[in-house]
Ligand binder design. Structure first.
Ligand SMILES: [Zn+2]
Length: 224
């Protein structure tokens, strides 16, 4: 088995699976002052047929001093089941809602010209769901990459350090999604439908794929 990318690690057990970066109060206050209204939470939902899905809200943009963007890309073989464009009242708020059994979430918080925090995570509905269960226990998150206080060079290459002070690179299978989420976090008065809709479905490294219990793959809605 090929080794996993060094940045891949199991999800934190200390926060519910839908949560993202967990920004500090002063960072959240800066977003409010910049009129950026991002919802980074992934929510498990159950349709009337009993089918379990995850819902994410692509949202965010940039203000004068900070930016924050959360967007979604499907995993290869698991296309979004529903995509709803959301015309928002204000820029830097909602852009679209996506629904699927597997979502890859890209979150970038951008501040002070070229500093960023990021979290990239894989969200799945649990393979064996109990129909009587509803809520966080049916939703599993695995953090694919997370780092804070990264610096973006002029050529847009990010440089991150691990908590132990070691150089971290965004894994190659995530770089395009990261780049587009970074663009979203720099987009003033953002009213784009999505900054990530043109990113190709994510192909996980085989070693990582083997460790995941993914739901049964499903066709695109149009193929049914
Ligand atoms: Zn934009």
């Amino acid at each position: 088995m090929r080794p996993l990318p060094t940045a891949v690690r199991p999800a934190s057990r200390t926060s519910p699976p839908g949560f993202g970066l967990g920004l500090a109060p002063y960072e959240l206050a800066a977003l409010k002052n910049n009129a950026i209204f991002t919802n980074s939470r992934v929510v498990a939902v159950r349709q009337s047929s009993g089918r379990q899905l995850l819902r994410g809200e692509e949202s965010g943009g940039a203000g004068p001093t900070v930016g924050h963007y959360v967007g979604y890309v499907p995993l290869d073989g698991y296309p979004f089941q529903v995509v709803q464009p959301v015309p928002a009242l204000a820029p830097g708020a909602q852009h679209r809602r996506v629904f699927g059994t597997v979502l890859v979430r890209f979150e970038v918080f951008h501040y002070s010209a070229n500093q960023v925090h990021t979290q990239i995570s894989l969200h799945t509905v649990a393979a064996n769901t109990n129909p009587t269960q509803h809520g966080p226990e049916t939703h599993v998150r695995r953090v694919l990459f997370e780092a804070r206080f990264g610096e973006i060079a002029e050529d847009n290459t990010p440089a991150f350090l691990s908590p132990a002070g070691e150089l971290l690179a965004v894994p190659s299978f995530l770089t395009e999604g990261f780049r587009q989420a970074l663009n979203g976090s720099r987009c003033r008065t953002c009213r784009h439908r999505s900054h990530l809709e043109k990113v190709a479905p994510i192909v996980l490294p085989p070693g990582l794929l083997q460790t995941l219990r993914l739901p049964v793959a499903h066709p695109t809605p149009a193929e049914k």
